[in-house]
Design a protein around this ligand. Sequence first.
Ligand code: MN
Length: 195
Amino acid sequence: MSTSHELYQLPYSFDALEPYIDAQTMEIHYTKHHQAYLDNFKKVTKKYEELQNKTAEEMLRDLNNLNVNEEDRTSLKNHGGGFINHNIYWSIINPEKQIDENLIKNIESTFGSVETFKDLFNTTATKHFGSGWTWLVRDEEKQLKVYSLPNQDSPITLRHEPILALDLWEHAYYLKYKNKRTEYIENWWGIIKLI
Ligand code: MN
């Protein structure tokens, strides 16, 4: 039996994140960029019998042990990561999403306060050079961590559980924010309501 890989079905409209993320960006991001990651990911997985029964998450988790050639391993990292990272992202930026009270408490005890955490997250995102993502994750010891990863590298490959994800690729903000990445990063908190 083969595992099917499907786009996360958006439970909100493309304009639901206005004015923080504009409808046109959302539509192109979802229907073009995300779709392309999925299509390219499927092209690679089709080549290997042993990948037929694995989920995309399993492939990312075992990325370095998969019995595939190095070029395809890189493709799985880039396109499988692009596919999964965006699935996580659409779910996190759902305007109806309620942030769990325990997460807030955990953020406060780990970083001192929500504001300190947001400053750290924003600085980490602002300092990241080039394409990539900034993440809040739980590591293997269940500790909260903030870091950026380049390109479509996924915390799942590090065996970390993604909690928050901010897409730093220009396709995520350029139509509205142009070169003002910092403004996009700050406005993103209008969607993620921690307090
Ligand atoms: Mn993206």
